[in-house]
Design a binder for this molecule. Sequence first.
Ligand code: NAP
Length: 641
Amino acid sequence: MADEAELDRALEAAHLPALIAAMVHMTGDAGWLRPEWTPVYSPFSPPGDIGLSQEVQADIRVHAKAAIEGYAASGSPKMPGPDTATLRRMMDFVGGAPIPETYADFLIDELAISGKSSKDPQFEQPQLKEAARRLKVLVIGAGMSGLLAGIRLTDAGVPFEIVESNPDVGGTWLVNTYPGCRVDNSNHMYSYSFEPNHAWPQHFSPQPELLKYFRGVADKYHLKDHIRFETKVESLVWDEINSVWRVELRNKDGRVETVEANAVITAVGQLNKPRIPQIEGVGTFEGPAFHSAEWRHDVELAGKRVAVIGTGASAYQFVPEIAPQVASLKVFQRTPPWGLPAPNYHDDVPEGMKWLLEHIAYYDKWYRFWLFWRTTEGFLPMVKADEGWNGPSTAVGAANLMLREMAAEALAAQVADRPDLLANVVPTYPLGGKRAVLDNGVWLAALKRPNVELIAQSITKITPKGVLTADGVEHEVDVIIYGTGFTASKFLSGLKVTGREGRDLHQSWAGDARAYLGMTTPGFPNFFMIYGPNTNIVVNGSIIFFSECSVRYIVGAVRLLAETGAKAIEVKRKVHDDFNVGVDEANKGWAWGSEGVSSWYKNEFGRVSQNWPFELIDYWRATLAPNPEDFVLIKQPEPVA
Ligand code: NAP
């Protein structure tokens, strides 16, 4: 128990709605859900702003302090679990408005109040366990998703191996080391649901902290014993007779080895193949030129004339970091990013908040729930296209227009002293069309620096001396940094996958990658993708949620193999195709699917190949377990010796 001053500090830092929910657990008294204590959020309210007066907040703290002290004084007895009806009321309370009934199971599962969730593998029966032990799964990638697959396969007792081309775990959090790199989803949500970290130093922690977290998880679950580092998967071939994947690996010494696995899971991410734009003259520049994901820490930027090409999420983070060091910085912008006000973007998590997360049972879960609701389903209506919308093309619906106006106003206020910048920093595409960034003012403050120039002219050529723009100006610089993103829609590029009857995965996709629920594709039995086609999100939430759902489903498919004795499971063509028709239709109903928007979420054919176009609850439901009806389960002939 904290001393009184520590407790006061903790309560001062509390997210009060989450604290009140925790108090219901602690006291078993639903009377804490008082109407006058119910939060009133606005779309942009920062975390501390719950729409209640200071007096009311002080009153809540007084009551909470007494309850916590009373609980400790009575020996911290076991807490009575709220019944389902009370949990529902608590959700509405913390969410600040009635949450539709359909979400109850989903949210209760996310909360994992009992300590268990549907995402835990269900392999209890001894026979099933025994069958599972005879399988082998190969996972490609040891980033966030690959580690997760490893954890769940460990839980299920399924032997597995992870192949990772890097020398360490962490994926994107290992590779991206550019200055200012940090997560743009609150860490208390951007972490595995079953591995909370109560010590995140910041709400949106910097890259080294994320890497530390994933390394810690890998150690805790002894995953490194299963990982072959610095090894590349060169090709995968489905051996139909024996129902195994033959996987060719090449280690860092060039040694090639073929391993076999009953099933393969790709966990290779979407955002790791840097995209250098096909601008005339690329490669002729005489100075150092590099991509944000391949940051040249050996290149001294201090005192240099630097060009940055691109103003997406990566540039948005590193430009404010390098601007004070360089002699001059020219930021070449094709399209401005939308910023969503987030005053706490660079803030430390107060020590008091960390104390609450660690010591007050269920506070962490309700805080995560609130973040989850607020930034996922709770936010989606703002980027939904209204049917028959005939308002301005800068928005896709009435709510989207309102959001746009609020965000535009916030941007305009920051450049009130620089009218020359205004026209170039407020986007004309609908908010939610591309990834919006979190705005605590540092981006526009950087652009307003005397040594920084925002250039909204299009680039016509890279020259030996710098960058030539459409107005004929050659901008001479010493260093060029490409913040130009990744070839995200080229799914599994670099992997040669040969499925049933010799079909090549990339030929069958013909550049337009598709999958059923992002995970399986016809002709490729026992082959599963995490973060595959149409499982990304633009504005709503954390990709860890998707990975956890996908892994639950994939482990469910492995379970089906173990349960039925089938050797292979392959999605039916019609199921896959019908699903994709629905996906394409639904994607038109969101800001990111609107015709005027171009982004990495669309592939070369203009199809939204990246995004999940439904609500998160739909993915959660669809991935509870594979429906055997969706698949052909192949019992197979005796293996050939
Ligand atoms: P990005 O969002 O694809 O941004 C690329 C930028 O380069 C855009 O501004 C783009 O302009 C510009 N560009 C591309 N080709 C160009 C050309 N030929 N001439 C001029 N400009 C050009 O890439 P990113 O910033 O690396 O981010 C990619 C994704 O990674 C993000 O959306 C996000 O999902 C993830 N990410 C996350 C974090 C985080 O969580 N902290 C941080 C960084 C990245 P247009 O908009 O006009 O195409």
